[in-house]
Design a protein around this ligand. Sequence first.
Ligand code: ATP
Ligand code: LTN
Length: 330
Amino acid sequence: MGKKTVFSGVQPSGALTIGNYIGAIKRWVPLQEKYDCYYSIVDQHAITVPQEAKDLRKNTLDIIALLMACGIDPKKSTLFIQSHVTEHAELAWVLNSITYMGQLNRMTQFKDKSKRSDENLNAALFTYPVLMAADILLYKTDLVPVGDDQKQHLELARDLAERFNSRYSDTFTVPEPLIDKSGARIMSLQDPTVKMSKSDSDENAYILILDDEAAIKRKIKRAVTDSVGEIAYSDDQPGIKNLINIYSNFSGDTVEDIVQRYKGRGYGDFKKDLEEVVVEALRPIRESFEEIRSDKSYLEEVYREGAKEASYSAMKVLRKVHKKIGFIPR
Ligand code: ATP
Ligand code: LTN
């Protein structure tokens, strides 16, 4: 049979962090060789929290260019903007009708984000996981590479696929998560008990993929550690553990090797080397980004072509869904 299908998405809700890179994008690249990959800039997800129109526009284009700079090749993968493929919102509406309020009430991302917001909450933030299920199910996705924080949302997508299939007849593929243990959750540099997030209000909490050398060094210097004074990979030292994870992911060295190498040495030494590792790993990405981002007509060509390809598959699945639930074909 044909290749398996991979789908993943990233929100243009800000500039991407090394958490996004390690937990998601870096892992998307090798998948292109083996699978039919769909990678989407999910702008409809981003508006579940307030966005300035001009920032959203800029972030969306930045992220397309950045994904390419990180190695996503539009000739191998379908790279597109979610709102260009209207079937996502349409399928989400259908899936809303078989989703239970109780299921959405249990979503921890909703609970977290609603706690953080002091404004009136919008309904889209609540139904966000249903739109995510629609993204995935529209392409008969087999595998979804995401960070650990998305596990619960993926469970919902699986559940909705099964529910629809048993209520009507076999329609959707039940997707599997692809979660990599070591990079699954990069934590905030300022509070290693919460995940590194591009929407954090403290810019020292994250490193952006496009941060310059000075910013990277400054943020690593300021990263919270502890008073133990020993480089160990332990839950009792979450700050150091997180920095070791970052080191390991960017250098390719194993955690054991790193711990061994820094035995008996101080945090200062370790941080200095980590600065170099991160700066050197991100340098080529930043350089290639500048080049791609400045060619607007190329970017346009990429996302237009991506939308065309994605629409073709999405339309077929949505048509089938509409037919099964009793909508009259046009
Ligand atoms: P926001 O902070 O705006 O809620 P986010 O930074 O969580 O967003 P998304 O665009 O929602 O980023 O996620 C893109 C991908 O990056 C997802 O697969 C997600 O699991 C992964 N990801 C995000 N943050 C981290 C992190 N700190 N560690 C590992 N993976 C992460
Ligand atoms: N919800 C995800 C982004 C996202 C996604 C998707 C990931 C939207 N749709 C489909 C994988 C598959 C997030 O917040 N990280």
